[in-house]
Design a protein around this ligand. Structure first.
Ligand code: UDP
Length: 248
């Protein structure tokens, strides 16, 4: 399946619906083609604008979808409208379903380790029983919390761990720009992996530690506002957004 790419301030977004994004991924999984999926929101586009070297990292992904109503709005202002917002959390669930139906092992990398959670179980490990209930036949073949070092020997250990698990689908949930940089730097060292997803805080959502906004907020394009209400410290990050819309 060919996807049309739309340039939004230098980032090449795929002009796809959620269903199209999922079939693109499934076709490539079946064909054994490597696919990195990034889900930039306006903050990530703004990071590229402020540090041009990040463009190469972001644009290296085979599928870039707009996780944020702000990117979709910008596409309309630029008169090159994207079809819709493709929320990373939801696309991640579609990929889990693809993995389960095609018998592909999943590895979850990222999120808090056992010492940082109330239950004493890492966030990635908390996801396992939830996924097993929701996606029949899914095989989560390994997990690694996101608070290890991302370079040197500790990172070699992470790579070995993923390779030994035989995983073909890898969730990298470290937040931006850590996760995109990690995938970009390490993808050549992971010969089994066919799908990489850079998915920020999605393990926190799957595990039930963080709630998504109520449906009405999502429908009105106000999910970002709900997140701001829940986590007021995000204001520092969000202050960058007017720059994204109006230029520097
Ligand atoms: N995180 C991590 N390692 C780090 C820093 C962050 O695993 O060194 C995790 C953190 O626990 C959270 C996610 O990365 O689950 C970042 O979530 P956030 O909501 O900030 O990311 P966004 O989805 O907004 O990019």
């Amino acid at each position: 399946m060919e996807v049309q790419k739309i340039n939004i301030r230098g980032v090449y977004f795929a002009n796809v619906t959620m269903d199209e994004a999922a079939s693109f991924v499934e076709d490539r999984v079946k064909a054994g083609e490597v696919t990195a999926i990034y889900t930039p929101n306006p903050e990530i586009v703004q990071m590229c604008i402020e540090d041009n070297s990040f463009y190469e990292v972001v644009n290296s992904a085979e599928l870039i979808v707009p996780d944020g109503i702000g990117v979709v709005k910008a596409s309309k202002i630029l008169k090159t409208p994207l079809k819709q917002k493709v929320a990373g959390v939801e696309l991640g669930e579609r990929v889990l379903d693809i993995a389960a139906r095609n018998g592909k092992g999943v590895f979850l990398f990222g999120g808090k380790d056992a010492t940082r959670t109330e239950s004493g179980v890492s966030v990635a490990d908390q996801c396992i029983p939830i996924f097993e209930k929701k996606f029949e036949g899914i095989k989560v073949v390994g997990t690694r919390d996101g608070y290890c070092k991302k370079d040197g020997e500790e990172n070699d250990e992470t790579i070995r761990h993923i390779n030994e698990s035989g995983a073909e689908i890898l969730f990298v949930c470290l937040g931006a720009p850590l996760q995109e940089n990690w995938i970009y730097k390490n993808r050549d060292r992971l010969p089994n992996v066919k799908v990489y997803l850079g998915l920020g805080g999605s393990l926190d959502v799957y595990s039930g530690n963080v709630k998504r906004a109520p449906k009405l907020f999502i429908k009105l394009g106000l999910e970002w506002f709900y997140r701001l209400l829940c986590e007021p410290k995000r204001i520092g990050r969000m202050m960058k957004l007017p720059k994204f819309y109006f230029g520097t």
